[in-house]
Design a protein around this ligand. Structure first.
Ligand code: TYM
Length: 345
């Protein structure tokens, strides 16, 4: 995962994982396979694990306040229902730890406008409307760097779409260290592993599955019931060919590849193993098998999410406790950063 050079640079830092999810809509299968499932895998191993519902990021685009509160709790419930243990990991929502915004401001003064202009996610989101989007949307990647570096996190598990933001985090850490002649922030490693780091839209294999896509049929939501999951996979776009016997045989077949990758991630196999098992099978066989597998894995999570959501006060208590633990790590780091910069306190 880490090469020798990076390990050396980070030797003085506690191996620590940080990652976050925006409460800007319900969780999708993409969030689960590309992020949450992998967060669970990293828990209890060699790392301290810190997971965050990044509500400050969510408001870079308009959020209805009532909806935001609800979605923040729902994302927290999704973490816990999937296996994040709020004792073993630190689990909180970002706005309760004001140090994120404070370090974010410092990084706004470290990051260069030219760097931000290269962020492909901003370009995709702003589209032709770049003059009208919020300033927060533009500055978002420097707040993300603050999220990570506030905890001196050495590893950040994310889906493929966040790679550029983690690279920017490294650039910001390096520039800060260089400008102030310190060795204060680590070089964070993105951890982008497994068969489902980019789960695609079920109706168009060229587009990412996202919370905000137009049609509900193009994504699996973590709250979908068994019938809906089965229906969505049945109607997923494919091609007339059966499954090949090697992964190379899926080249140029993005929808087919996506379903194989989803199957692999859900069953903890490699895509190669799935192809070996289903070589020559048609969609009439593969899609129902995939739907059954997905229902098997996701139904217990969505049931547990509903149970947790019935007691929002308990979720709020868990988040408040997590925020307290997060602040205990974050505050000394922020104070040292302030000293390095030269603020009187
Ligand atoms: P967000 O909320 O868009 O997505 C949360 C996580 O889910 C992953 N993901 C996917 N993975 C595979 N296939 C997909 N279709 C898919 N869709 C989403 C994302 O890659 C991400 O890992 N900027 C981040 C949130 C953030 C963050 C951070 C992450 C804020 N601060 C610090 C890590 C560290 C975002 O918008 O993720």
């Amino acid at each position: 995962m880490t090469d020798a050079a990076t390990t050396d640079v980070n030797a003085k830092f506690t191996p620590r994982v940080f990652s976050g999810i925006k409460p800007s809509g319900g969780l999708t299968l993409g969030n689960y396979l590309g992020a949450i499932k992998r967060f669970v895998d990293m828990q209890g191993g060699d790392f301290e694990t810190i997971y965050c519902v990044v509500d400050l990021h969510a408001i870079t685009v308009w959020q209805d306040p009532t909806e935001l509160r609800n979605t923040t709790r729902e994302v927290a419930a999704g973490f816990i229902a999937s296996g994040i243990d709020p004792e073993q990991s630190v689990l909180f929502n970002q706005s309760q730890v004001s140090q994120h915004a404070e370090l974010g401001w410092l990084f706004n003064c470290v990051a260069r406008v030219g760097w931000m202009n290269r962020m492909t996610q901003f370009k995709d989101k702003a589209g032709s409307n770049a003059e009208k989007v919020s300033l927060g949307l533009y500055a978002y990647p420097s707040l993300m760097a603050a999220d990570i570096l506030l905890y001196h996190a050495t590893h950040v598990p994310v889906g493929e779409d966040q790679k550029q933001h983690v690279e920017l985090t490294r650039d910001i850490a390096q520039k800060f260290n260089h400008d102030f002649k310190v060795d204060f922030f680590p070089e964070t490693n993105p951890v982008i592993e497994g068969p489902a780091t980019r789960v695609m839209n079920l109706r168009d294999g060229a587009k990412k599955m996202s919370k905000s896509g137009e049609s509900d049929m193009e994504r699996i939501n973590m709250t979908d019931d068994a019938d809906t999951i089965a229906k969505k996979f049945k109607k997923a776009k494919t091609d007339p060919e059966p499954l090949p016997d090697t992964l190379d045989g899926l080249a140029g077949r993005p929808e087919a590849r996506n379903l194989v990758d989803i199957y692999a991630a859900l069953s903890d196999q490699t895509s190669q193993q799935v192809i070996a098992e289903y070589a020559g099978a048609g969609w009439g066989k593969f899609k129902p098998a995939l739907a059954d597998l997905a229902v098997d894995k996701l139904a217990p999570i969505s049931t547990e999410m509903s149970r947790l959501m019935a007691d929002p006060a308990e979720i709020d208590r868990i988040l408040a406790r997590g925020a307290e633990r997060a602040r205990a790590i974050a505050q000394p780091v922020l104070q040292q950063a302030y000293d390095i910069v030269g603020f009187v306190r």
